[in-house]
Design a binder for this molecule. Sequence first.
Ligand code: NAP
Length: 281
Amino acid sequence: MRLQVIGDPVLHSKSPLLHAAMLAELGLDIPYTAHVVRRGELPQYLSWAKENGVAGFNATMPHKEDLIPLLDEIHPAAQAVGAVNTVCLRGGKWVGFNTDGGGAVAALREDLGMDPAGLTITLLGAGGAAKAVALALSQAGAERIFVCNRTLSRAEALCAHDPLGHLVPADFSSGTLRRLAERSRLLVNCTSLGMEGCPDRFEDFGFLDALPANAGVFDLIYHPAETELLDRARRRGLGTLNGLPMLVNQAVLALEHFLDRPLDRPAMAAAAASALEGKHP
Ligand code: NAP
């Protein structure tokens, strides 16, 4: 048995480090390696993987959506998002899952101490990550999630995918963000604003002043570890969370799928987080 992460580029991926730490913690000698697969090469990869003992793999750019029509079964949550990040071979069939949204909800609960159930949330962005996180927050019982995006039509399309009807599309203007933040206990940044290498930044952080004093701010970005958004939120005394706990928790959930059994999630998350901090052997 072996496990992989595929993508292009993929050699920067933290998945081998995270999974190696968790597998070592479990005492399992299963190799997990990164494998470059270019766009258009998925059918060949799937045949090769089946014949070469790959029991499962994680997928990153540019394959998360392209895998959907090539797999035998798709978990309903991944089907709703329209993207998979975890694929397992079960009885000769490729089964796809998406653990990004579950990882985000677990990180909120365990690392920010906030359960989304019953909350009004302002979520910024309507790309791939925003979709996974918004649908998972809705599933976790959030009362209302305002999905604010620069391109309003993308926010509208995302919200139309929510079978529970908790998602409300909105624009990205300063006025709208302030107005919605006033009503929100949690603000989640799923845009690339603030990410290392992103040339753009937030034009106006006024929405942070509008959030209630007990609100939390969750930025999916983990490079840098503290974005300008999180720095300003922390200085305002708001609870803050960066993207690393989400990254860790999506890996824990992926490993549960690979091994097809429940794991001690806090122990796995601790092992993976230590590896990221360079503490794991
Ligand atoms: P994506 O699909 O490219 O979406 C990017 C989003 O950012 C879109 O909503 C886009 O709005 C918005 N955006 C970009 N530039 C903007 C600007 N100048 N002003 C306003 N909005 C802007 O990217 P993604 O895959 O969803 O990833 C988004 C972020 O999440 C990235 O920083 C990524 O690193 C992070 N992420 C973290 C994790 C984790 O485990 N922590 C997992 C996945 C992703 P438009 O629709 O208008 O273009």
